[in-house]
Design a protein around this ligand. Structure first.
Ligand code: SF4
Length: 418
C-alpha cells in the first residue's frame, strides 16, 4: 500500500531508541565506507552480471543467503560446511547488526567458511539504481532486482523517513501493484511479481546501510509499492527475521502492515501474524466514493472491510487504524468527513489523514489547508482520534512509485533520442 510513503507514518508505539543526529547531506556512512552524495540524488552504474559496488557484493547468479530459512542455513552450516551451528548466528549478527555486505567482512569466521559462503551465496541480489536525499532528511532508494522466471528485472522503491528519534523504513512488497488505486503511481502498470523474502530484507539492510553507525531502524511500515497482504508468504517470514533478536530486533508493535482491505488475508493475518499492527487504507467512507478511488472495493465493499477490521480488533484488542489519503476536491469534502465520522462512530479508531503528494501525469491535487482542517475537525468533534501526517520528501519524488516511473521514462526518452 503506498502513496503514503512520502508522508511520515504514525503509529501508537512511541518513539524509537536514542539516535544520533540526522544527516541528510554530505557523506553517507555505509557499512564502514563513505559514499559520496551529489546534491539530492545519486545514481550508480547500470547493473552488470557480477560486480563489487560500494554497497556490497552483487552476484545475481548466486542465491541470497537471506533467501533460505534459518533451518536451511543451519543445515548448510553444519552438514555442507561442516561447522558448528553457532556459526549461523555469527553470520546473522554480521549481516543484521554489523552491516556486513560481503562474507569477506566476517573476520571471526574461519577463512574456509567465508570462501565457501562467498562461492555459493550472495548477500544482496539487487542493485541501487538511484539514491535520492530530500532536504528534510527523507531518503529514497530505487532498487533493481534481477529477472526471475518469466519476469524481467524488477524495480522497486524503499524510503527512509526521519522524524525526531524515529527512523522508519517504508518497504515495498511487490513489483508494481494490482490494486489500481487511481491516485497511485505504483499501480499504474499493474503488478509484475511479488518480492521474495530476501528482497524484502534487502530493502531493510540497504536503508540501514545509509544510516550513521550510531543509528538504527526503529519502525517498519509495509506501505511501499504493492499490497502486502497479497504477498503474505514472503512478507511474514521477512518480518519474522526483522523482529527477531538475531535480525534487526524491531518490536512487532513497531511494525505496521498496511492493506487496501483484503478481508480473507486480514483473517489469515489473525491466524499467523497478529503480533503486527494493521492499518487499513480506506480513503473513502462509502462504496460509491471508494469504488471510484479504489477499484478493488467493488469486490470487497466497505461493509466487508469494517467487519474484518472488527474481527481483528476483537482478537487483538488493539485500536483500529485507518489510512485516508486526502485528495483535493474528491474525498476531502464536508460530506465525506461526516460519512466517515458516521462509519467510525462508537469505534476505538485512529484515522491517519495523509494529504496527497501529487503524481506527475495524474489529475489529483493536494487538498487545501482549509479542507484538511475542516475534515479533521468534523472527525474530532465526533470523537474520532485523528493524526495528520507531515508531507515528507516533496523534493525527491517521494510518493511511492514516482521515482521508478520517472527513471523508466527518462530511459525511454534516452533510448528514443528525445
Ligand atoms: S495501487 Fe497498490 S501500492 Fe498503490 S495505493 Fe493502492 S494498494 Fe497501495
Amino acid at each position: 500500500m503506498s502513496a503514503e510513503s512520502g508522508s511520515s507514518p504514525a503509529d501508537e508505539s512511541g518513539g524509537g531508541p536514542p539516535l544520533g543526529r540526522p544527516d541528510g547531506t554530505g557523506l553517507i556512512a555505509s557499512a564502514g565506507r563513505s559514499l559520496p552524495v551529489l546534491s539530492n540524488a545519486v545514481e550508480v552504474a547500470a547493473p552488470s552480471r557480477t560486480r563489487q559496488t560500494e554497497l556490497g557484493v552483487v552476484d545475481p547468479r548466486k542465491p541470497s543467503w537471506l533467501s533460505i530459512s534459518a533451518a536451511e542455513q543451519e543445515r548448510w552450516v553444519t552438514e555442507v560446511a561442516g561447522q558448528p551451528k553457532f556459526r549461523r548466528k555469527q553470520i546473522e549478527k554480521w549481516i543484521f547488526q554489523q552491516r556486513a555486505t560481503s562474507f569477506a567482512d566476517m573476520t571471526d569466521l574461519p577463512l574456509a567458511l567465508r570462501e565457501r559462503l562467498a562461492a555459493e551465496f550472495s548477500i544482496f541480489t539487487g542493485q541501487v539504481v538511484r539514491h535520492q536525499i530530500s532536504k528534510d532528511g527523507t531518503e529514497k532508494l530505487l532498487l533493481e532486482f534481477p529477472p526471475m522466471g518469466r519476469h524481467g528485472a524488477g524495480r522497486i522503491e524503499c524510503v527512509l523517513i526521519r522524524e525526531k528519534l524515529r527512523r522508519t523504513i517504508c518497504v515495498s512488497s511487490q513489483v508494481g501493484c494490482g490494486m489500481g488505486c487511481v491516485f497511485c503511481a505504483s499501480g499504474l502498470d499493474g503488478v509484475d511479481r511479488s518480492l521474495q523474502v530476501n528482497e524484502i530484507l534487502e530493502q531493510m539492510l540497504r536503508i540501514t546501510g545509509v544510516l550513521p553507525a550510531e543509528e538504527r531502524l526503529s519502525h517498519i511500515v509495509m506501505m511501499g509499492m504493492g499490497e502486502p497482504l497479497a504477498n503474505l508468504a514472503n512478507v511474514l517470514p521477512a518480518l519474522e527475521v526483522a523482529s527477531s533478536d538475531f535480525g534487526l530486533g524491531i518490536s512487532p508493535r513497531r511494525i505496521t502492515i498496511s492493506t487496501v482491505g483484503l478481508t480473507k488475508s486480514i483473517d489469515r493475518l489473525l491466524e499467523v501474524g497478529k503480533r503486527y499492527q494493521l492499518a487499513i487504507s480506506l480513503h473513502a467512507p462509502t462504496n460509491s466514493l471508494r469504488n471510484q478511488i479504489v477499484p478493488t472495493n467493488e469486490k470487497i465493499g466497505v461493509e466487508g472491510i469494517m467487519e474484518a477490521a472488527a474481527r481483528f480488533k476483537r482478537e487483538t484488542g488493539r485500536r483500529l487504524t485507518f489510512e485516508y489519503v486526502l485528495l483535493g476536491g474528491i474525498n476531502d469534502t464536508l460530506e465525506a468527513a461526516e460519512d466517515l465520522a458516521d462509519l467510525l462512530a462508537g469505534q476505538d479508531a485512529l484515522v491517519n489523514i495523509i494529504p496527497y503528494n501529487p503524481v506527475a501525469g495524474l489529475p489529483y491535487a493536494t487538498p487545501s489547508n482549509h479542507a484538511i482542517a475542516r475534515f479533521r475537525k468534523v472527525l474530532e468533534d465526533r470523537g474520532v482520534v485523528v493524526k495528520c501526517r507531515q508531507r515528507k520528501g516533496d523534493d525527491i519524488d517521494a510518493a511511492c512509485g514516482q521515482l521508478r516511473r520517472m527513471v523508466a521514462k527518462s530511459s525511454v526518452e534516452i533510448a528514443n533520442g528525445s
